[in-house]
Design a protein around this ligand. Structure first.
Ligand code: RI2
Length: 308
């Protein structure tokens, strides 16, 4: 349990971050927990797995990759404890392998949408979006990137380091420069924390501003999302829970303490409606956002809605 709690804490504090990475880490944590779980009956085993799954799911509320990964790992149809344990271990290994391969596949599929000479704008730090950008570059396309800083946690700095190390010409801008710089952009490429049933994109706060500016300037916006980031729960009308993080990420608490009339809001994600999204790249192909329903139906299965 100690190891699982450690992973949960790392996800909560964002030492492990990115919708895909938290999904893989949670799946691995549950696998290791199941492997070491020392109980006597299948009932006890199931109760413990359910509790552990809850701890992992509760670390961050928004990215659906997390409950999807936990669900895909925890579900089993075994009637003995040993079989259940083996099934969960196999589920996790399959999920992690699939997630790894998905990044490569999305890179190849998405790179076809990038033309030689394109200037790409990206936001925050998305392994999925970077897979597309790096693959296009590796294919010999002469591309450059405009990367946003992504306040308050400045994950844009991770992105520029990664692009720099890959040799890709990159310009860092502050988030408020997005609209001003959009005239220089050909395509916006972003990651995803959730794709809803109606094709809306939930991603790092500020993404909807990029989308609005891209729409206004008639530039394409591509979202890159593994199928496990599609939300079956929104099919049943569930609202997406937008994570509110600590105000300390935005302002020094001592300064805030001296401003009794001021309150700070720190939403971590926002929602971009489907009409601002041209294409969603998944490992199963490139879809218009209107096809989110098909992706959920064919790649996730209905039983994922049973999250409780
Ligand atoms: P990958 C991140 O969330 C960002 O919003 C990013 O766009 C998204 O997850 C997808 O990331 P956070 O964990 O799975 O930084 O593509 O809050 O890496």
């Amino acid at each position: 349990m100690e190891q699982l709690l450690d992973t949960a804490e790392k996800i909560r504090t964002m030492q492990i971050r990115g919708a895909g990475r938290i999904a893989m880490a949670a799946s691995a944590a549950l696998r290791d927990y199941a492997e070491d779980l020392n109980v006597h009956t299948l009932e006890e085993f199931n109760v413990s797995i359910k509790k552990a799954a809850r701890i992992l799911v509760d670390t961050r509320p928004t990215a659906v990759s997390l409950p999807n990964a936990v669900m895909l790992t925890a579900r089993h149809s075994s009637i003995t404890m040993d079989e259940a344990r083996a099934e969960i271990i196999a589920n996790a290994n399959t999920f992690i392998e699939h997630a790894d391969q998905a990044l490569d596949k999305m890179g190849r599929i998405g790179a076809r949408r990038i033309r030689d000479g394109d200037v790409i704008m990206t936001h925050c730090n998305s392994h999925a979006a970077l897979s597309v950008i790096k693959t296009a570059y590796d294919e010999g396309k002469d591309i450059s990137v405009i990367a946003t800083e992504s306040r308050p946690r400045r994950q844009g700095l991770i992105t520029i380091r990664e692009l720099n190390d890959h040799g890709i010409p990159t310009t860092l801008i502050v988030d408020s420069a997005v609209r001003y710089c959009m005239k220089d952009v050909d395509t916006v490429v972003v990651g995803a924390d959730v794709v809803t049933i109606n094709g809306a994109l939930v991603n790092k706060i500020g993404t909807s501003q990029l989308a609005l500016a891209a729409h206004e300037a008639r530039k394409n916006l591509i979202a890159v999302a593994e199928t496990y980031k599609f939300s079956p729960r929104t099919l049943y009308g569930d609202l997406i829970d937008i994570e509110e993080r600590s105000t300390e990420e935005v302002i020094d608490p001592e300064i805030l303490a001296g401003l009794p009339h001021v309150r700070v809001k720190n939403p971590a994600f926002d929602i971009t409606p489907a009409e601002y999204i041209d294409l969603i790249i998944t490992e199963a192909g490139a879809f218009p956002p209107e096809m989110a329903y098909i992706v959920i139906k064919e790649h996730l299965g209905w039983d994922l809605t049973d999250m409780e």
